[in-house]
Design a protein around this ligand. Structure first.
Ligand SMILES: Nc1ncnc2c1ncn2[C@@H]1O[C@H](COP(=O)(O)OP(=O)(O)OP(=O)(O)O)[C@@H](O)[C@H]1O
Length: 379
């Protein structure tokens, strides 16, 4: 062979028969041949190792030398070693495994998405967060908005029952289609826990499950999505903040001092997560007695206290969005799977919830139920 380039090409072709002793794939395919130089009858081949302390360096030296010397005109071959950079190692890994699985895409984070997302949170359990979520959803739906509700409580998942939507979601290809109830789409992460068993999900697994859940559910075009968070400031609340950074918090509390204090703690996590708090809803504020008078079984002032403390501590206005009465009809509606706002929209309690919905700045963005403004031309 006359030309050096031809000799180098011939050596490269021979090196394609040399497998990396560990990976057992040709070193040429693995990006391990950094350079081949030829000077007269002398070839120098530089090989990149994945790690410096490659135990099979000797085998590789022997195989590479022999391969190079099979080429006519090459009488001596030297093998030099280098180590791959991190970038080269990553390329190798991709080469072997195929491109890394893409991160699940959460549609609400896409720049074109205009769905308003609210995460309903509370400090303490049992303050009525789930009941408020479903009734608030119904109130927003009654305003003509397209509404989705996602129950993010792995262990609790009371939302589907409260909305009468506990049938299993259907799966189409990779998408999960949420069941519909009272014109709203409803899904619970609890529907995906194996056999509804109380699995102990640790932080990273929980985060991953929530991410997949938010990405795989097909919501269509929503004006508003309400997320029901588990009580407290646990992993889910933090994950939601990370996965949906634009979600605003709605804090639920009762008028009781003790409940308000924990609600403040739940609200204070936004100073770390940099979310916005849309406001506070005080639930079970008073009870109307048969004679028309009211009583306050849980005391008063909790909502106001949370609002004041958080406004001061966060330096941004955290308003009280409303006070909702303690009304047995709320529980009955939850048990029957028909939110009170749906069954009795004109009652005092439903009206109070609708007033909260009015304050949540949600604009209609979906086309569902909307007349397309098409005007015939030429008329
Ligand atoms: N305004 C209300 N009037 C009467 N009962 C209510 C009211 N709000 C909630 N309840 C009842 O209080 C109980 C607790 O409510 P809910 O399950 O909504 O609370 P929660 O804060 O979501 O609880 P957790 O997060 O611990 O599951 C339920 O039985 C519910 O029906």
């Amino acid at each position: 062979m006359s030309d050096t380039a031809d000799v180098i090409a011939a050596i490269r072709a021979e090196l394609a028969t040399v497998d990396d002793p560990e990976i057992r794939r040709p070193i040429t395919e693995l990006g391990m041949v950094e350079s081949i130089d030829v000077a007269g009858s002398q070839a120098t081949v530089k090989i990149l190792l994945t790690v410096a302390a490659c135990p099979l360096r000797d085998t590789l030296t022997k195989d590479v030398r022999e391969a190079a010397m099979r080429v006519g005109g090459i009488e001596e071959a030297t093998v030099e070693f280098g180590v791959m950079t991190d970038e080269q190692r990553r390329e190798l890994q991709q080469n072997l495994r195929g491109p890394a699985a893409p991160e699940p895409v959460i549609p609400f984070n896409e720049p074109t998405n205009r769905t308003k997302v609210f995460a309903v949170a509370s400090g303490k359990g049992g303050v009525g967060k789930s009941s408020l979520t479903v009734n608030l959803a119904a109130a927003l739906s009654a305003k003509g908005l397209t509404v989705g509700v996602a129950d993010c409580d792995i262990y609790g998942h009371s939302i589907p029952r409260m909305m009468g939507a506990d049938q299993a979601p259907t799966q189409v290809e990779d998408m999960i289609m949420p069941p519909t109830a009272h014109g709203m789409k409803v899904i619970s992460i609890g529907m995906f826990t194996p056999g509804n068993t109380a699995v102990v999900w640790r932080g990273p697994m929980l985060h991953r499950a929530l991410q997949q859940f938010l990405a795989d559910v097909y919501w269509g075009e929503l004006d508003v999505l309400l997320l029901d968070l588990p009580p407290g400031t646990g992993d889910i609340a933090i994950s939601v903040a990370q996965l949906l950074p634009s979600a605003e918090l709605v804090l639920a509390t009762t008028p009781q001092q003790a409940a308000a204090e924990v609600a403040e703690r739940a609200g204070a996590i936004v100073s770390q997560t940099h979310q916005k708090i849309a406001g506070v809803i005080e639930n079970m504020s008073w009870m109307r007695l048969p004679d028309g008078s009211t009583m306050e079984p849980f005391g008063s002032g909790g909502g106001e206290q949370v609002s004041k403390t958080l406004t001061r501590d966060l330096g941004a206005e955290v308003p009280v969005l409303g006070q909702i009465p303690l009304d047995p009809a709320v529980r009955e509606g939850g048990d029957a799977g028909v939110p009170l706002v749906v069954s009795d929209p004109d009652c005092e309690t439903s009206q109070a919830i609708m007033a909260v919905a009015d304050q949540l700045a949600v604009k209609k963005v979906s086309l569902a139920g909307k007349q397309l403004g098409l005007t015939p031309t030429g008329g």
